[in-house]
Design a protein around this ligand. Structure first.
Ligand code: PLP
Length: 451
């Protein structure tokens, strides 16, 4: 604490400007934020309350995670009851019943023989886990030469070293050095000239999966462990997979013995109108990473769903021996398991994945109506997610998107998210049709405010 910083007592009512200094916010322009902070203090259903007492419509499900909405009573009660009953259980060599119940529920939601679930606490940890399982799998099956991991340009797979390496966003990679070596990248599936203003999955681009053949020719299949892709690029501004792309990737991976990982941290739990995007597209990957929506954002949790033959490959050696030297203190934390079980119940009882599918065309129509607004160069939508891309201000990429989102929060009462100059909405699956109209109006006023 600097000498000029006054002491802050817990529960102090008035926030002093200097109180904001200590917290280094993640993925945030800290200096601009601390000059004009955007704080929320409570939430219920589809709305936040801002620190200055305004209702803010949640147009982004928090951060792609509060799929069932906020402060849902069954989830809150389950967390409270669990905290009282069993606050923690050691996850290594011990466990607790809810962990098994939840793993079975998640596996039952996943297609094919994706039968086993390894729990983590975030999307990033899920990605690291999946990549390590891929390397380990090849090792225990006598193909230890398969060490190379393949991601995709414009991909986002969290912030661990593995996820950063296979990720394809230059700002996330450029200062983090040599630990990012040993990977390669498929080309992005996005091409504005071919795809602009597409509703849903673009017709153009399925052939881009064939680039995996080029990487096989370059490195040889015997050196390639796995390919990881998002079925919909979220963090770079809602990039739906082109038609046929994921199936083609599956076919090539099968041909060369390469594992296929779908990073479903955003697309899982109803965002694309199904349990997982794998179901929507009828393509079964070898692993699915998930997080966020599993607890509707209430308690941190993530995981990897693994196909049977991968799990079975590790189950060798003496019974007492640990099969995979990997795990987290908080894997399958009791509070997270309780929250997740209650969340999955809510998704089922309220048919929220079906609801997402039903709302998809309504959201698409509302957001695509912004075509023709100033600086709008593309609009993309799939499932309950959409993005409006604005032309950048010359010499200041990202500023227009940033300013638009700040305007939406400050003046339109709508929470949106910027990915560069794309403005994203991905509302909770409980959103109403009128509220979708409110989001579209907020987006419009944000776009006009930066014209
Ligand atoms: C596809 C994808 N993978 C991984 C992550 C990282 O998740 P987390 O922020 O929970 O570590 C994200 C976060 O948005 C994501 O969208």
């Amino acid at each position: 604490m600097s000498s000029s910083t006054p002491p802050v007592s817990p529960g102090q009512a008035v926030i002093q400007p200097n109180d904001l200094e200590a917290f280094w916010l993640p993925y945030t322009s800290n200096r601009a934020f601390k000059r004009a902070p955007r704080l929320v203090t409570s939430a219920e259903g589809t709305r936040y309350l801002s620190a200055d007492g305004r209702g803010i419509l949640d147009g982004t499900s928090g951060l792609w995670c509060c799929n069932a909405g906020h402060a849902r009573t069954p989830i809150v009660s389950a967390i409270q009851a669990q905290a009282q009953k069993l606050d923690f259980a050691p996850p290594f060599q011990f466990s607790h019943p809810q962990a098994f119940a939840l793993a079975s529920r998640v596996a039952a939601l996943a297609p094919g023989d994706l039968d086993h679930v390894f729990f983590t606490n975030s999307g990033s940890e899920s990605v690291e886990t999946a990549l390590k399982i891929a390397l380990g799998f090849h090792n225990v099956t006598g193909q230890g030469g398969r060490q190379r991991l393949i991601g995709r340009e414009r991909g986002y797979h969290g912030v661990g070293f593995g996820g950063t390496a296979v990720g394809g966003m230059v700002a996330n990679r450029k200062i983090f050095g040599t630990l990012l070596a040993g990977v390669d990248h498929l080309p992005t599936t996005y091409n504005r000239a071919e795809q602009a203003f597409t509703v849903g999955e673009p017709e153009w681009g399925g052939h881009l999966a064939n680039d995996l053949e080029r990487l096989v020719a370059l490195h040889d299949a015997s050196t390639i462990a796995a390919v990881i892709v998002e079925p919909m690029g979220g963090s770079t501004g809602v990039l739906p997979s082109p038609k046929g792309y994921l199936q083609r990737l599956r076919d090539i991976c099968d041909q060369y013995g390469i594992l296929l990982i779908f990073d479903e941290v955003i697309t899982g739990f109803g965002r694309l109108g199904a349990s997982f995007a794998a179901e929507r597209y009828g393509v079964v990957p070898d692993m699915i990473t998930f997080a966020k929506g599993i607890t509707s954002g209430t308690v941190p949790m993530g995981g990897v769903i693994v196909r049977k033959h991968i799990y079975d490959a590790f189950m060798k050696g003496p019974d007492y021996a640990v099969e995979l030297f990997h795990g987290y203190t908080y894997s399958a934390h009791p509070l997270a398991c309780a929250a997740a079980l209650a969340t999955l119940d809510l998704y089922r009882e309220e048919r929220l994945f079906e609801r997402s599918r039903e709302l998809e065309p309504i959201l698409a129509t509302a957001i695509h109506a912004l075509r023709g607004e100033p600086n709008v160069v593309d609009i993309r939508s799939v499932g309950l997610a959409a993005a409006v891309e604005l032309a950048p201000i010359p010499g200041a990429p990202g500023q227009r998107g940033y300013d638009a989102v700040a305007h939406a929060f400050d003046h339109a009462g709508v929470l949106l998210r910027a990915a560069g100059d794309s403005i994203i909405t991905a509302p909770p699956l409980i959103i109403g049709e009128m509220e979708i109209g409110e989001i579209a109006e907020g987006l419009k006023s944000a776009v006009r405010s930066v014209a």
